[in-house]
Design a protein around this ligand. Structure first.
Ligand SMILES: Cc1cc2nc3c(=O)[nH]c(=O)nc-3n(C[C@H](O)[C@H](O)[C@H](O)COP(=O)(O)OP(=O)(O)OC[C@H]3O[C@@H](n4cnc5c(N)ncnc54)[C@H](O)[C@@H]3O)c2cc1C
Length: 535
């Protein structure tokens, strides 16, 4: 059974073994790129390999900036900091970070009663109400008139509504999984300092090209400053440029443009409110959606849209109108996005991490998770000295499956929308470019059949746990067509919503105010994590 402890404990690389030798054939690693991907990878590799005599150098261009957006995470990021022994009380204030309990989706569906829902991060306390939620949704897809909106069933939803921090008080046994919001530029600087402190060499150089060896692997990279940097292993963290993985090694790229239309974004900040929320809000606009991310000193806002359906200027105007900034001279940042993935994330002696390996639009803030997963899984292979062709194949299959699973989950937000106000939303609803996996999942659901067994066996819906699929489908109000709902049977109606409400209300009351918790971040709880069953 999949458990929520995955969020904290998976993707932890093995612990460093004192006195162990360097992995076979790897003495020098060069990372090209100093965005979040470069520094996260540097730290993950440095933790295991610097003490084993591996020299890690990170090269960053003085003229190409980092993307500088990407301010929300999943709960997996907790595992990243925990494995590095970096406390929240150290990194969060340095990055104006806040806690994140999940994401509100507003205006994606027009179905009455389902125009807004919350996708929570599930927690141990949700063990008490998770099966009730799944039970009610399954009865609802079979036509029973029962409450199936996810917002009544999860503690994180309540914490988000009440601006409470997901930090259990001293003596209260239930940990709450959470992600973070943070200033992307400050996080990059923080990680940079930590990596240099932990033995990573930093060079400001502009890489012009890679030089290939006779066997087609990368022998070295040349810089505009006139140097040649040799290494046994190269990590491409050069962002959308894909300097090594694509430009040097010509690794094919698979576009997701047919599944996901958005390819651009425009971002601008607004002042933070007095009380600081602990959720991301994703509001559907005419040709895309806007994120609203609370930091301790500002909101980050950005409109993710499709340039096939509106111009840059139209998008900016729509965002300004949405934020009440039509008359304001706050500067807007325009960005292009390339949505898809490379076919081989590890190709010859080059690993691609971050935007160079691929990107799915930021709707569920999964990019840092990909970075962490890619670098950590690779570190495991390296730790075992397994750099064989078979290892490459296994690794790439794993990464590709992960990308496609997450893509399908994101696609479902668009496919299930019921807006008819613009061609953009109509085209999304009508889009038939769906994976076979997704078609099977919809077919089961719309025929009133449980999708639990197939998701558990990883036959469909890979990438997200059962409850997330249920929260998305039920939150959007997607149920099989029925002329009229029938009264539920006694067995179907066996759970009291009043009891669930009371339980969640009483549990939530234990959690402290978000803003005051941020002013004095508590130390990490040291007791072993209890498990939460995710379904
Ligand atoms: C609109 C938008 C919103 C996003 N929101 C989220 C979110 O909420 N959550 C999330 O997890 N992710 C999000 N992301 C993704 C996230 O921003 C990135 O995954 C993350 O910042 C990592 O980027 P990177 O390090 O791969 O690339 P970049 O930040 O682009 O860094 C590239 C690095 O490569 C270097 N470089 C480039 N060329 C050269 C060269 N020739 N020589 C030397 N160095 C070079 C640059 O100097 C830079 O240091 C979002 C992305 C976009 C576009």
């Amino acid at each position: 059974m999949t458990t929520a402890t995955l969020c904290n404990d998976s993707y932890h690389p093995p612990d460093p073994v004192p006195g162990a030798a360097a992995p076979a054939g790897i003495r020098r690693i060069v990372i090209v790129g100093g965005g979040t991907a470069g520094w996260m990878t540097a730290l993950i590799l440095a933790r295991l390999f610097v003490s084993r005599g591996v020299a890690i150098t990170l090269v960053e261009s003085p003229v190409v900036g980092i993307i500088g957006v990407g301010e929300g995470s999943t709960p997996w990021l907790r595992g990243f900091f925990d494995s590095l022994g970096i406390e929240e009380s150290e990194w969060m204030p340095a990055c104006h970070a806040t806690y994140k309990c999940g994401i509100t989706f507003d205006g994606w569906s027009t179905r009455p009663g389902f125009t807004r829902y919350f996708h929570p991060f599930a927690s141990m306390l949700d063990n008490l109400t998770m099966s009730q939620f799944v039970h009610n949704v399954e009865a609802r897809i079979q036509g029973a008139n029962l409450e199936a909106h996810p917002d009544r069933f999860f503690i994180a939803t309540r914490l988000a509504r009440e601006h409470r921090a997901p930090k259990a008080p001293e003596g209260f046994p239930f940990d709450i999984w959470h992600g973070y919001h943070f200033d992307a530029v400050l996080l990059g600087q923080f990680l940079h300092d930590k990596a240099v402190e932990r033995g990573v060499r930093y060079l400001t150089r502009h890489v012009t090209h890679a030089n290939l060896a006779a066997d087609g692997s990368i022998a070295s990279v040349s810089t505009r400053e006139g140097e040649t940097l040799e290494a046994d292993l190269f990590v491409d963290c050069s962002g959308f440029a894909g300097l090594l993985i694509e430009k040097a090694l010509h690794t094919p790229w698979i576009s997701f443009a047919e599944n996901l239309f958005n390819d651009a974004a425009v971002a601008m900040p607004t002042p933070i409110d007095d009380s600081i929320p602990c959720e991301t809000v994703s509001t559907a606009l005419k040709r895309g959606w806007v994120w609203k991310i609370p930091l301790t000193n500002r909101y980050g806002n950005g409109y993710v849209y499709s340039s096939g359906f509106c111009t840059k200027d139209e998008a900016e105007t729509e965002l300004r109108r949405h934020l009440g900034l039509l008359e304001s001279d706050v500067e807007a940042r325009h960005l292009k996005m390339r949505v898809g993935r490379v076919t081989r994330h590890w190709n010859r002696n080059c690993l691609a991490v971050g935007l160079s390996q691929g990107f799915i639009e930021p709707l569920e803030a999964t990019a840092l998770l990909f970075i962490q997963q890619t670098a950590t899984t690779f570190a495991e292979f390296l730790d075992k000295g397994d750099l064989s062709e078979a290892a490459h194949t296994r690794f790439n299959a794993l990464m590709n499956a992960h990308f496609e699973g997450i893509r399908d989950y994101i696609v479902t937000h668009y496919k299930t929308n019921t807006r008819t106000d613009t061609e953009y939303w109509r085209a999304n609803a009508a889009n038939l470019n769906l994976s076979d996996d997704l078609k099977k999942l919809y077919s089961l659901w719309m025929n009133g059949k449980s999708i639990v067994p197939a998701i558990r066996q990883q036959l469909i819906g890979r990438g997200y746990p059962v409850f997330s699929w249920y929260a998305l489908m039920a939150g959007m109000g997607v149920f099989p067509d029925a002329p009229e709902l029938r009264a539920p049977s006694a067995a179907e109606a066996r759970y009291s919503l009043e009891e669930i409400d009371n339980l969640i209300r009483r549990s939530a009351a234990n959690y402290p105010d978000h803003k005051s918790t941020l002013a004095q971040i508590p130390p990490r709880r040291r007791e072993p994590a209890l498990q939460a069953y995710f379904w």
